[in-house]
Structures are given as structure tokens and as C-alpha cells.
Design a protein around this ligand. Structure first.
Ligand SMILES: *Cc1c(COP(=O)(O)O)cnc(C)c1O
Length: 370
């Protein structure tokens, strides 16, 4: 029988532990609106990240929308086109103009490209740590400081990644994390903002609950908010999953090492050059399929699929090339990104992927080479 290996799988923990965690919801009768689960989950995240400024949201996209909104920005935002469309949408939905920079070897926004695209209208850099691989955070921080720009990282894929021993969320003015089912750590759906400026907490509370401020005798609506509250069932899943997140990262690290070992001698297949001083979360396992391989990335994707192996072409289309953006006249400088989108392929990656499956996938890739 043909093997079937999925491209991705959610980390679904022990059902008993989840049931145990949600039981008290039947006692408190509080299902949402900042209940005890949300508060407990938030505290656990603060402890894990090493930062007291953490707020929770129903999903990563609303968190990013609100993060941007809270700064009252106007003008141009430099961003990476090599991302999930959420990043771009959140910028444009806030009335800002995206300026698409190029990417470097980390698949992320190249600091040199940022410098070349600065204008007197630039107000911020809003960009992802794609595949859980960090941007060049030190250099981006220096550019932002020099030109008085805000930095918001879309860390949707980067929960658990550490730079110089500390959470990636310690860089930039804010970092959004997504806890969607297929992210490396999940609360079914969910999102968080980790931030520097304590004063933003009040604004985040307002924006995620319609803008309503609760007074002693009467309520008011201070800002035009949305509904983006995390509910108790999501938080309970987050609590239970968080207790085994380190285990998940460790499993993924072993898988990544196995891939690197098995793929290293295949001409034209390039794995990522992981750095010593970064703890990756291995959210994805990207490779580049170069000319030497003799078959294009798209062909390899089909061959793998025919053999029961799922892989993902992230991102075969740049954000600025989608129908809703391609004729908007946004500035782009995407030479390298235009190449990478043709050759990048994400191989199956999740904690429960078996070592024998990794070996099998690599054997297939070796066998297909022409
Ligand atoms: C998943 C993802 C998002 C959106 O997060 P949700 O929790 O699904 O709303 C945003 N940006 C990037 C880069 C993502 O991968």
C-alpha cells in the first residue's frame, strides 16, 4: 500500500487533559469575556516569554489589525511580499500604504532593501518572521531607531523562536503571535500581542471589545472597536498545549536535523543554513529546489503528491501579485523574492512525523532527481 504523509498536522493533545481543563467552565458559567482560563493562559505566556505585556485575541489577524490600529499610524509601511496574505491585509485595512521590499537569505525582509525604500512618508516596518525564521532583528531595529519608525513583527509563525536566548517577541515595538490550529503551538484559533509600551494595554482591551469602556454607572464607547476576544475554550486548549510546547519544539528540531542529514548530498536541493545562536521553532521545513536538481519545484511538488507525500509551495505567489493588490500601484522592489517564490518548497513538518517517514521522503527526492 502506498504511504500517505500529510504536509501538516495540528498538535492535538491528550483529550482527557483538555476535558479536565474545561470542566470548571460549567461551574463558572463564563465562556468568554476575560474569564479565568484566558487570564491563566495569559499569565503562562507572560512567564514563558519573559514579558508582562501580553494580551490575547480571538485570532492572529485581529491581533495584528489591532496592534497596527493602536499606534495611529499614517503613510507608508515597508513590508515583505513573501508572506501569508494576512500581513498585507492588516496594513491596508488600517488605511496604510504597503511598500514591498525584497527578501534576503532568511526568506525575510532584507534590511538593505528597507533602507533603499525609505521616504519621508515611511512610518513603520511591519513584517513577518516567516517559517519561524527570525528577521535580521538587530539591523531592522537600528534602521527604525535612526529613522524614528515603529516596528511591528508578524510573528504568527514564530512562537517559541528565540534569538540570543530570549523570545523573538523582545524585538520590535510589538510582536503578534498566532495560535491557529496548524501553527507550531495552537489554541484552536487564537492570537497574542507582546509589546513594550504598557499604556497600550487599555487600548487593546477597548479595541477587541467594540471600544466599550465600562464606567461605575454608565458605559461609553471610546474608540471604534471590533469583537476580537479569545474565548475560554480556546484558552483552555492553549493552557494544555503550552505545557507540551517545548516537547513539540524538540521533536521538530530532531526532524529538521534528520532532513538536513538526508538531503545534504542531493545536488540542487538546498536546506536552510540554521544559525547557532538562534533557537528555531521549526514551524516549517523550507528547501530550495535549484536548477541542478533537474526538475522544477512545481514538478517536484507534483511528483511528491503522486507518491502520497504532501508538501506546500509557500509562497508561490507574492502578496503584491494577488488580484486585489496587483493593480493598486504599490511600490515594489522584489527581485530576489520573485526568484524564491519559484523554488521554495516546505516539506512535511510536525512533531508526530516519524523518522522513517523523513528518510522515506528524502529517498523519494533523491530518486526523482534527473
Ligand atoms: C497564520 C498567519 C497569520 C494569521 O493568523 P490567524 O491566527 O490565522 O489569524 C498572519 N500572518 C502570518 C504570517 C501567518 O502565517
Amino acid at each position: 500500500m502506498k504511504k500517505e504523509i500529510k504536509a501538516t498536522q495540528p498538535a492535538l493533545i491528550d483529550i482527557e487533559a483538555y476535558i479536565e481543563e474545561i470542566k470548571s467552565i460549567w461551574d463558572t458559567k463564563i465562556m468568554t469575556n476575560n474569564g479565568e482560563k484566558v487570564n491563566k493562559f495569559r499569565q503562562m505566556l507572560m512567564d514563558g516569554i519573559g514579558c508582562d505585556n501580553v494580551d490575547l485575541f480571538v485570532n492572529g489577524h485581529s491581533a495584528l489589525l489591532i496592534a497596527i490600529k493602536s499606534l495611529g499610524l499614517k503613510g507608508e509601511v515597508i513590508t515583505s511580499p513573501f508572506t501569508f496574505i494576512s500581513t498585507t491585509n492588516a496594513i491596508v485595512q488600517n488605511g496604510l500604504t504597503p511598500v514591498f521590499g525584497d527578501i534576503d537569505d532568511s526568506y525575510n525582509l532584507d534590511p538593505a532593501s528597507v533602507e533603499s525604500l525609505l521616504t519621508d512618508k515611511t512610518c513603520a516596518i511591519i513584517t513577518p518572521h516567516i517559517f519561524g525564521i527570525p528577521c535580521k532583528v538587530e539591523e531592522i531595529g537600528q534602521i527604525a531607531k535612526k529613522h524614528d519608525l515603529k516596528v511591528i513583527y508578524d510573528g504568527a509563525q514564530a512562537f517559541g523562536t528565540k534569538v540570543n536566548g530570549k523570545s523573538i517577541a523582545h524585538y520590535g515595538d510589538m510582536t503578534m503571535f498566532s495560535f491557529h490550529a496548524i501553527k507550531v503551538f495552537n489554541s484552536i484559533e487564537g492570537g497574542a500581542i507582546v509589546y513594550r509600551d504598557k499604556a497600550l494595554h487599555k487600548l487593546f482591551e477597548l479595541y477587541r471589545n467594540f471600544g466599550i469602556s465600562y464606567g461605575e454607572t454608565e458605559n461609553d464607547v471610546d474608540v471604534i472597536g471590533i469583537n476580537a476576544k479569545m474565548n475560554e475554550f480556546q484558552a483552555a486548549m492553549g493552557i494544555v498545549n503550552l505545557s507540551r510546547a517545548e516537547e513539540e519544539f524538540a521533536l521538530r528540531k530532531r526532524i529538521a536535523e534528520k532532513y538536513c542529514e538526508c538531503l545534504k548530498d542531493i545536488p540542487g536541493i538546498k536546506t536552510y543554513d540554521y544559525c547557532e545562536d538562534i533557537d528555531y521553532n521549526y514551524a516549517y521545513f523550507p528547501i530550495k529546489v535549484n536548477d541542478e536538481y533537474g526538475m522544477t519545484r512545481d514538478k517536484l511538488w507534483i511528483k511528491l503528491k503522486e507518491n502520497g507525500i504532501g508538501s506546500r509551495k509557500l509562497y508561490d505567489k507574492l502578496a503584491c501579485d494577488y488580484t486585489c493588490y496587483k493593480n493598486a500601484g504599490y511600490i515594489r522592489s522584489t527581485r530576489n523574492a520573485d526568484k524564491v517564490k519559484e523554488v521554495a518548497l516546505d516539506l512535511p513538518m510536525y512533531g508526530t512525523l516519524k523518522e522513517e517517514d523523513v528518510i522515506y521522503i528524502c529517498e523519494m527526492i533523491k530518486r526523482f532527481k534527473v
